[in-house]
Design a protein around this ligand. Structure first.
Ligand code: PBG
Length: 321
């Protein structure tokens, strides 16, 4: 009698491996972040994110059509306004750049599910996610502007609001604002667990949103903390979040798993810009097999407990699957 288990029996060929596979990545799991820039004729590759472009509205319809054809269900818009000010006015202007992008998307590809990132950092001249008082972001004053932003995005036709600002009480405030404006049917994807991460570096190039003084550590979370992630998530669930985000993704798979186990809402993992940049840099050097690495990485996020992944790799993945 054998004294050990022959695990390899279930790995003998591709068919049985497929049959016992526990996690299967699908195009339906993907959300593609898009940077829309105010202006004309802009199709500017982000230097630290090869394959990712800032697009002006005149290039957007074509891009959205391709995304739809690839079967990617959803996009999330980030805006790059022509003008910034200290209160981020362009974030909540009726025809701000994201509001226009949302309208265009719903006109040209109505089935594409449009998410709007709700934050001020791309719109403030100081680069912080809210308004400044005494050299720090004022929580409750910022909430008012974030509510205005979310409502203007919903008015433009956004299917889902995704607040990423990390102010306390943002889910409750935005929920109330949306409900009062008649958008009680619009869900909130809360960036509930968002760490103060160096992996956002390339995004800040892409969105021109690096803080001009200080850092985001008074509102984004300390990467050393896990229990705090559960407190953040619990608050947002209590305030009415419909989905929870964990961000970044790769260094935080333990957090994805813990949030998955503690709550029954859908979980979204944000495979952020710096994670993308590392893979791209290695792939461009011929040091890794990009396709295998990306599929392994996203499958890992799903195995850790994510239902959906926001990823700049979405178009490539849709082609590979
Ligand atoms: C806005 C926001 C950021 C990202 C998404 N929303 C930047 C930040 O918090 O500095 C980062 C996404 C990425 O790195 O891909 N607050």
């Amino acid at each position: 009698m054998e004294r050990f288990v022959r695990h390899r029996r279930l790995r003998r060929n591709g068919t049985i491996r497929r049959m016992v596979r526990e996690t299967v990545l699908q195009t339906d799991d993907l959300i593609l972040p898009l940077f829309v820039a105010e202006g004309e004729g802009i199709k500017r590759e982000v230097p630290s994110m090869p394959g990712v472009y800032q697009l002006s509205l005149d290039h957007l319809a074509e891009e959205l059509h391709e995304i739809k054809q690839l079967g990617i269900p959803s996009v999330m818009f980030f805006g790059i306004p022509a003008h910034k000010d200290d209160v981020g006015s362009e974030a909540y202007r009726e025809d701000g750049i994201v509001q226009q992008a949302i309208r265009l998307a719903k006109e040209t590809e109505p089935e594409l599910y449009v998410m709007a990132d709700t934050c001020l950092c791309e719109y403030t001249d100081h680069g912080h996610c809210g308004v400044i008082r005494d050299h720090d972001v004022d929580n409750d004053e910022s909430l008012k502007l974030l509510v205005k932003t979310a409502v203007s995005q919903a008015k433009a036709g956004a299917d889902m609001i995704a607040p990423s600002n990390m102010m306390d009480g943002f889910v409750a405030a935005i929920r109330e604002g949306l409900d009062e404006a008649g958008f009680e049917h619009i869900p909130i994807l809360s960036y509930a667990v968002k760490y103060a991460s160096a992996f956002y570096g390339p995004f800040r190039d892409a969105a021109d949103s690096a803080p001009q003084f200080g850092d985001r550590k008074t509102y984004q979370m300390d990467p050393a903390n896990a229990r705090e992630a559960l407190r953040e998530a619990r608050s947002d669930v209590e305030q009415g979040a419909d989905l929870l985000m964990v961000k970044p993704a790769l260094n935080y798979m333990d957090i994805i798993r813990q949030v998955r186990d503690a709550f029954d809402l859908p979980i979204v993992a944000y495979n952020v810009s710096g994670e993308y940049a590392m893979v791209k840099a290695a792939a461009l050097n011929g040091w890794i097999d990009e396709q295998q690495v990306v599929l392994e990485l996203l499958t890992g996020l799903k195995r850790a407990g994510a239902d959906m992944m926001l990823t700049y790799h979405a178009k490539d993945v849709a082609k590979w699957l």
